[in-house]
Ligand binder design. Structure first.
Ligand code: COA
Length: 260
């Protein structure tokens, strides 16, 4: 599908989704959110896509937030609608069932930090900067910042970032658990792809069920999430991939998983 505000290309099972408005530091306007929604539908439905890398175009920004020019004109109803639309797209990305790695190449502010947090893993260039500066504009986060940030870094650190609007650098983001790893800027995309392809070498059904168990399980009681895990454990025993994984170990060879 042709896109104007994002780039979306798939090679050898990996889709690279690039937010592409570098002249506005890749700020998320409604048109970008609409194209993101269409790309997420492709991710959900195209079996050729096995994993996703998300990044921003240009040297400066991953995404510098929602488009402030558009936010400036919104009213209560249109503001709520914009928030719900963005939340829905990010949630569908988070629940697409395929591993999604954010390669954070620069500013990840507001909606950019929120997009990165909706990805399953985050690699940051040493030049990346993170923050939820909405309060400085007199608004709050609208695309999941108050939801995912405390889950990733804990309530106290999340509130410090949310209430001050301060930016933190990549090392600090790593220290508080907001990113999985910090790498030199030139290594960001190769390292992110290497990490994703390592995951794609594992059993696809197993990976999918891990994503689902953690996503759903975090909101369940210990007993409920344990039952979900046990159900997955039983379900996966019916797959050819489980037999292949076990045989490959016992035969001292690399497993050839088929995703069934
Ligand atoms: N929405 C709309 N436009 C944005 C934007 C956003 N969130 N972030 C940056 N831009 C635009 C700027 O307006 C500027 O456009 P112009 O050249 O037409 O004037 C262009 O991107 C470059 O940004 P600029 O501010 O000149 O770059 P900088 O290097 O001086 O500063 C930032 C970089 C990220 C610190 C600064 O752009 C900024 O604070 N952006 C807003 C961050 C924010 O509050 N995000 C949350 C929104 S809810």
């Amino acid at each position: 599908m042709p896109y104007s505000h994002i780039q979306f290309e798939t090679k050898d099972g990996v889709a690279v989704l690039t937010i592409n408005r570098p002249e506005k530091l890749n700020a998320l306007n409604d048109a970008v959110i609409q194209e993101l929604s269409e790309a997420v539908t492709e991710i959900e439905t195209d079996d050729e896509i096995r994993g996703v890398l998300v990044t921003g175009a240009g040297p400066k920004a991953f995404v510098a937030g929602a488009d402030i020019g558009e936010l400036a004109t919104q009213g209560p109803l249109s503001g709520k609608a914009r928030s719900l639309a963005g939340q829905e797209v990010f949630r569908r990305l988070e629940r697409c069932g395929k591993p999604v790695v954010a390669a954070v190449n620069g500013f990840a502010l507001g909606g950019g930090c929120e997009l990165a947090m909706a990805c399953h893993l985050r690699l940051a260039s040493e030049k990346a900067k993170f923050g939820q500066p909405e309060v400085k504009l007199g608004i709050g986060p609208g695309y999941g910042g108050t939801v995912r940030l405390p889950r990733l870094v804990g309530k106290g650190r999340a509130l410090e970032l949310l209430l001050t609007g301060d930016m933190i650098d990549a090392e600090e983001a790593y220290r508080v658990g907001l990113v999985n790893r910090v790498v030199p800027a030139d290594d960001l995309m190769p390292e992110a792809e290497k990490l994703l392809r390592r995951i794609l070498g594992n059993g696809p059904v197993a990976v999918r069920l891990c994503l689902e168990a953690v996503d759903s399980g975090l909101d369940l009681s210990v007993d409920e999430s344990s039952l979900l895990e046990a159900n997955h454990f039983g379900l996966i025993a019916s797959t050819a991939d489980m037999r292949e994984g076990m045989s490959a170990f016992l035969e001292k060879r690399t497993a050839d998983f088929q995703g069934r």
